[in-house]
Design a protein around this ligand. Structure first.
Ligand code: C2O
Ligand code: CU
Length: 544
């Protein structure tokens, strides 16, 4: 395994989109940021140098960092922020990840522009479990606000309402042909007829799950979240914020160019989000026929089609081959049921809130709205400092009700604030069922766990049934993921083995829901063996 090095200079850089300019936070001046490329099992050292005027942390999304949570990045969970002028050398220990992952800022809303791909290639001497593609193409879905993102966030927090929708969705940082002043810069992907390309996709957008398709071309999904899947042929895909998908594209069509397009999927008609369509162009090299000036858009499911979203998500299967075996826990030592709710909380005194009935929106897991501490939970845990967090995160919702009923009583709306963690023993086998609720209003939640991949063994609409639903689990080839969209007013069951000691954040990957408190922390205790313990921290951990 090799040692690979990168410098990440976080800085403010002027960018123009939609005919308007602003300073954005970037890494090395690039938006989207630089791609990190390494091989399975390598170690990557990234020297993060903060030359901006605000605090920052960087997270390697999907990298498990075995026994080394110190580099993980979520602000006040595993580290204090890197302050302006400071630096932090982050060691990224790759283990069994292979495929596309990504990295992004993990403080405030700065990940809007501070993100990029993290590509893990097969080890030297091994290959993809499919014919080598002619070329690899990044497809980074994102969103763009004309306003400064910090201002968008502060406004949203003060108002207590939904955030302002973005002004454009983007592919590789570009809104595309359908937006003002964007046409000349539209992302183009050049292809040769007859060749196969691998799209390395991530949804880096802040608040939108998206549908994606390419006109006249079939998509063959071969991986998600840094693990291979059985090839899945499809005309469209659904991709959640945080999720990565590897797709093969066979360039086999007669015309000289075609649109790829992405649009938001939102199961909750109440909220107004960016309803625009971003496009990029697949441009065939050479001239095959005369092109039409504007190619047709690919058909995409309706923006609120929750069946289309759930159907794609539940079609993914692990490759489960001899070279890429799976290891689903069969006996479970910890059964957890976590409800995911949108709630309301009273507004701070002497402010006006614009959420429901003059309150502000909040969100919770098992009725606890997470309150981030002002210092690192990992640091407090490692040094045995009391008073930073509690260890009473409940295994089950504090009271049960018909989670997905309509017109739920408003008495269910107010959650508790808390900084509670769930302690797991080393090698616990965990089954965690996420239960979406219809408190205030039901919506999909793309849930992401740090430090682990998990098997998605089942999902469905309505309330999870402890007797009946486990009978239909897929324990043969469930997909191995790190981010899973729990369907609106539905549930998703995941399984994992707690074999990575550390402090690991779990949260919804909608930024607005994180800001509202839909997050919690697992602490996985050390095992007895010498290789079952957290490694010591680096000398340059940032201080609060
Ligand atoms: Cu991609 Cu905690 O995040
Ligand atoms: Cu959510």
């Amino acid at each position: 395994a090799a040692l690979v090095r990168y410098n990440f200079v976080v800085q403010e850089t002027n960018y123009t989109r939609l005919c308007s300019s602003k300073n954005i936070l970037t890494v090395n001046g690039q938006y989207p940021g630089p791609t990190i490329s390494a091989r399975r099992g390598d170690t990557v050292i990234v020297d993060v140098i903060n030359q901006a005027t605000q605090n920052i942390t960087i997270h390697w999304h999907g990298v498990k960092l075995p026994r080394y949570p110190w580099s993980d990045g979520p602000e006040f969970i595993t580290q204090c922020p890197i302050q302006p002028g400071a630096r932090f050398s982050q060691k990224i220990i790759l283990s069994d990840e292979e495929g596309t992952l990504w990295w992004h800022a993990h403080s405030d809303w700065s990940r809007a522009t501070v993100h990029g791909l993290l590509v893990v290639l097969p080890k030297i001497g091994t290959t993809f479990p499919f014919p080598k593609p002619h070329a690899e193409v990044p497809v980074i879905l994102g969103d763009w606000w004309k306003n400064d993102i910090q201002t968008v966030m502060e406004d949203f927090m003060r108002r207590g309402d939904d955030p302002a929708p973005s002004d454009a969705l983007t592919i590789n940082g570009q809104p595309g042909d359908l937006y003002n002043c964007s046409r000349p810069e539209t992302t183009k992907v050049n292809v040769d007829k007859g060749k196969t390309y691998m799209l390395r996709m991530v949804n880096a957008a802040m608040n939108n799950i998206m549908f994606f398709a390419i006109a006249s071309h079939e998509l063959i999904v071969v991986g998600t979240d840094g693990a291979y899947t059985k090839p899945l042929k499809t005309n469209y895909l659904t991709i959640s914020p945080g999720q990565t998908i590897d797709v093969l594209l066979v360039a086999n069509q007669p015309r000289d160019h075609y649109y790829m397009a992405a649009k938001f999927y939102n199961s909750n008609p109440r909220s107004v989000f960016d309803n625009t369509t971003t496009t990029a162009i697949i441009q065939y090299n050479g001239k095959y026929t005369t092109s039409t000036p504007s190619p047709a858009l690919p058909p995409l499911p309706a923006f609120n089609d929750r069946n289309a979203s759930a159907n794609f998500t539940s079609s993914l299967r692990s490759l489960a081959s001899v070279d890429h075996p799976i290891d689903v826990p069969m006996t479970i030592t910890r059964k957890l049921l976590y409800t995911l709710s949108i709630n309301t909380l009273p507004c701070a005194s002497n402010t006006t809130c614009f959420g429901p009935r003059g309150n502000r929106f909040a969100a919770s897991i098992n009725n606890i709205t997470f309150d981030a501490p002002r210092t690192s939970i990992l640091g407090a845990y490692y040094r045995g400092i009391n008073g930073v967090y509690g260890d009473e995160f409940p295994d089950n919702p504090p009271f049960s009700f018909d989670y997905t009923a309509s017109n739920l009583s408003t008495s269910l709306q107010t959650p508790m604030n808390g900084t509670e963690v769930k302690i797991l023993n080393y090698n616990d086998t965990v089954e965690l069922v996420f239960q979406g609720t219809n408190v205030v209003s039901g919506i999909d939640h793309p849930m992401h766990l740090h430090g682990y991949s998990f098997y998605v063994v089942g999902s469905g609409f309505g309330n999870f049934d402890r007797q009946r639903d486990p009978l239909n689990y897929n324990l043969v080839d469930p997909p191995l993921q790190q981010t899973i969209a729990v369907p609106q007013n539905g549930w998703t069951a995941i399984r994992f083995r707690a074999n990575n000691p550390g402090v690991w954040f779990m949260h919804c990957h909608f930024e607005r829901h994180v800001s509202w408190g839909m997050e919690m922390v697992f602490i996985v205790k050390n095992g007895k063996g010498a290789h079952e313990r957290i490694l010591p921290p680096p000398k340059d951990m940032p201080k609060c």
